[in-house]
Write a protein of this length. Structure first.
Length: 399
């Protein structure tokens, strides 16, 4: 069990408090835990700056892409149950993805394509090696095609998950499946596969398979009326000030259940709820006697699955990721630290992690046997080096 210097623990909270005091983020909520439970917790700032509503440890946050590990766990539960294999083509479950095309030239309105060498496989959508992308990247003509269809662009879709898959399947791929890595709507496809196999909505599958077993009572695709007072507002670094409110908690779309259940980024959650999920991962897939995922399955998920054992910076196509790419591999739903020195941050080999677009983050360190979770609400996550500074603050406190 990790041993911490009590005095140095305060530097963890101080890191986030500085950002709040400087007006750069609205709030900072952080927790470090080991196998026995939380070691250090700090909450500071505002759920809504303009209304001066204080943040609390049970405030509800948009966790965006921290949804992805939950989706990946549920898909791998189905793998454990014999419902799928990693080499299965996704058209086995979603026929609209048969005969994919790769974009090799042209423009967003007149793409030039050729048939892909093979189908997109389950492993590809778990590792973001599918050839899919996101509309909000604005990096290629294909991204523009996504935006035209309301795919992965931070809009609120008025269509269902299955209709979203039909729109997505009509688009060409950025590259041959399995040949490169690009952060993408792949995990939304994972969610659609879950719905087909289980015959449930993604919300129902999540509740039955993760939220209820872990008592994650404040996690879901919308904020219930009974909890609206705990919801946070969302900010972005838009001039003239360093921070502008872009989604007020009291009028947010998150107050109503969405039409599109996004396994890639649709959930809201609390620090305490996500800690239950992280603690389950740290414990090898078990929590309070509930086995959520097999130990060996989780170890397999948290190993590098990139083609040829390469790292993200060697294989990545995207200019954006929720982690620094150097020294990082990618598993089945998590980024995986392969080389801490190359990554330029104090962490352990084998750490697995991910973050969300509103600057939230978590990691699991199986060497030191600790977890860390950080919550705030600033979009995008790449604006400040919060995650790297948090790592330094946590690891400097270890004896």
């Amino acid at each position: 069990m990790a041993q911490f210097d009590t005095a140095r623990l305060e530097r963890i909270g101080a890191m986030g408090r500085r950002y709040v005091d400087d007006g750069k983020i609205p709030c900072s909520v952080v927790q470090v835990a080991d196998t026995s439970g939380p070691i250090y917790t700090d909450s500071y700032g505002w759920a809504d700056v303009e209304q001066q509503i204080p943040i609390t440890t049970d405030s509800i946050f948009r966790i965006y892409s921290m949804t992805k590990p939950i989706t990946s766990i549920v898909l791998m539960q189905l793998y454990e149950e014999g419902e799928l294999l990693l080499e299965d083509p996704i058209e086995k479950f979603l026929p609209e993805f048969a005969d994919p095309q790769v974009m090799v030239g042209g423009s967003d309105v007149a793409p030039v394509t050729r048939p892909a060498a093979r189908s997109i496989r389950i492993r590809d959508i778990l590792t973001h090696c599918s050839g899919l992308t996101y509309g909000f990247f604005r990096q290629s003509p294909l991204d523009a095609r996504y935006r035209e269809q309301g795919l992965g662009d931070f809009s609120t879709p008025d269509y269902s998950l299955r209709e979203g898959m039909q729109r997505l399947a009509e688009q060409p791929l950025l590259f041959e499946p399995g040949s490169a890595w690009n952060y993408s709507m792949s995990t939304d496809v994972c969610g659609a596969v879950i719905e087909v196999i289980t015959g449930q909505t993604l919300a129902q599958a999540f509740a039955e398979r993760v939220f209820n077993p872990l008592s994650m009572l404040d996690t879901g695709f919308s904020v219930p009326a009974s909890a609206t007072e705990r919801f946070t507002s969302l900010y972005a670094p838009i001039p003239p000030g360093p921070m502008t409110r872009i989604d007020q908690a009291g009028t947010s779309n998150y107050l109503e259940p969405p039409a599109f259940l996004s396994g890639g980024g649709g959930l809201v959650s609390t620090l305490g709820d996500y800690q239950k999920f992280a603690s389950m991962l740290l414990a090898g897939g078990i929590s309070g006697g509930n086995r959520v995922i097999g130990r060996r399955t989780l170890e397999y998920m948290a190993s590098n699955h990139l083609p040829g054992g390469k790292l993200l910076n060697e294989l990545g196509q995207s200019l954006f990721s929720e982690v620094a790419m150097d020294g990082m591999g990618f598993g089945l739903g998590f980024a995986v630290v392969e080389d801490p020195a190359a990554n330029g941050s104090m962490c352990s080999p084998g750490e697995f992690n991910w973050g969300g677009a509103a600057s939230t983050a978590f990691w699991i360190d199986p060497v030191e046997q600790i977890t860390a979770i950080f919550m705030t609400q600033l979009l995008p996550s790449s604006h400040y080096p919060l995650r790297r500074e948090l790592r330094a603050a946590v690891y400097q406190a270890l004896n």
